[in-house]
Ligand binder design. Structure first.
Ligand SMILES: Nc1ncnc2c1ncn2[C@@H]1O[C@H](COP(=O)(O)OP(=O)(O)OP(=O)(O)O)[C@@H](O)[C@H]1O
Length: 361
């Protein structure tokens, strides 16, 4: 038998002292439970929060995850960005122990989650895409119950409930069942429940879907506070490139079940920093009978007969394109144009992504 931390017997004097004077409770600190029993394979031993190697999951012919490998560092906000169907939720469902991989390895804070998926619930707080389980509960009780389930005393859970509701601006809705809230309010209440009770890792699958800007800002501030104050690691699924650029420390770009790039948002954008995005909005259809417009048509990411054209061009070509459409007869057909520096969506496109489903709002 291995001499693990948990199997080590305490000297009897130490045990007696603890009975007389219990150790102070540290319920608000995210704790890192130690691995029990089996050791993780040596290739998964890492000082990071989460190590994923060659993860594969298929549904029939669909390879939802196709050899995914990632390293998430402790205390970072790590994002999974990709369009609908890229495999992001499949990946986090395996990470949360809800779905068994076909092959591959996952280590979370030193625990082998493929062999012991049941340990995930002790290590992380998870907000899935659908949270109907809480629908009948009032907002306050949903947060309090989650905190209790995560081991807080009744009193500490009530304190935690009040704090998280206040933090997210939900106090006036505390007594309302989730089923009677608007979509954005319900999502916010689910975030409150996911944050209640400390966990060293948070896995949030599109947490801000349907929320207004005020609620979104409250969520990001609450997440960032936990990272900064408690060193919580956050794994965040999004297909919103603007949120990804403003919130994430590092991001894995996913497409068709694979990770096609992983870096900081700035590092990813630097790969294409000689490019500029040109958006042309035509009054009706584009005047492709004009040679200067026809020449640009081949570089358009959108439909030729659509009103909105998007072109990703080297800086000098972008300048020439704008001069061509604003300096000649094409100008009469032009409603608007913009020149912008590249976004993560441009990175995604330049990496060969299919460009469907990324959100820019
Ligand atoms: N339970 C399932 N049964 C069959 N196919 C599934 C199932 N879950 C996911 N898939 C398929 O696996 C692929 C990846 O789906 P997944 O939900 O992981 O993508 P996603 O990146 O999270 O998309 P979204 O942004 O829409 O949530 C898709 O082609 C999807 O249709």
């Amino acid at each position: 038998m291995s001499r693990s931390y948990w199997h080590h017997r305490e000297p009897s004097t130490l045990r007696a002292r603890r009975v007389l004077r219990p150790a102070p409770r540290r319920e608000h600190q995210p704790r890192t439970p130690r691995p029990k029993g089996d050791r993780v394979p040596s290739y998964l031993v890492s000082t990071g929060a989460c190590t994923i190697r060659d993860l594969t999951k298929s549904y029939g012919d669909v390879r939802a995850n196709d050899g995914v490998s990632l390293d998430v560092h402790r205390g970072e906000i790590f994002g999974l960005l990709g369009p609908n169907g890229a495999g992001k939720s499949t990946l986090v469902r395996q990470l949360t122990g809800l779905l068994r991989p076909d092959s591959g390895a996952i280590s979370l804070l030193g625990h082998d989650l493929v062999r012991h998926p049941e340990r995930a619930s002790r290590l992380l707080g998870y907000l899935g895409q659908e949270s109907t389980a809480l629908d009948e509960l009032p907002v306050g009780l949903a947060a309090e119950t989650t905190a209790r389930l995560r081991g807080l005393s009744a009193r500490a859970a009530r304190t935690e409930r009040d704090a998280v509701l206040d933090e997210l601006g939900l106090t006036p809705l505390a007594a309302k069942p989730l089923a009677r809230l608007s979509g954005g309010q319900r999502r916010l209440a689910c975030v409150a429940a996911a944050l209640a009770g400390a966990r060293p890792v948070l896995v949030l699958d599109e947490p801000t879907t349907g929320m207004d800007p005020v609620a979104r800002r409250a969520v990001w501030a609450a997440v960032d506070r936990r990272r900064t104050a408690d060193g919580v690691t956050v794994i965040l699924v999004t297909h919103n490139v603007i949120e990804a650029e403003t919130v994430l420390d590092r991001v894995a770009v996913m497409d068709a079940g694979r990770v096609i790039a992983c870096d900081t948002p700035g590092g990813l954008k630097a790969r294409i920093d000689d490019e500029v995005r040109v958006e042309l909005v035509w009054r009706e259809t584009a005047p492709v009978h004009l040679p200067e417009v026809a020449a640009l048509s081949a570089r358009n990411d959108g439909a030729e007969n659509g009103r909105r054209w998007t072109l990703r061009l080297p800086t000098d070509e972008a300048r020439a394109a704008v001069a061509a459409v604003t300096g000649g007869p094409a100008f009469d057909a032009l409603d608007d144009f913009t020149l912008t520096t590249p976004s993560l969506e441009d990175v995604y496109m330049s990496l060969g992504g299919r460009g469907e489903g990324l959100v820019k709002a």
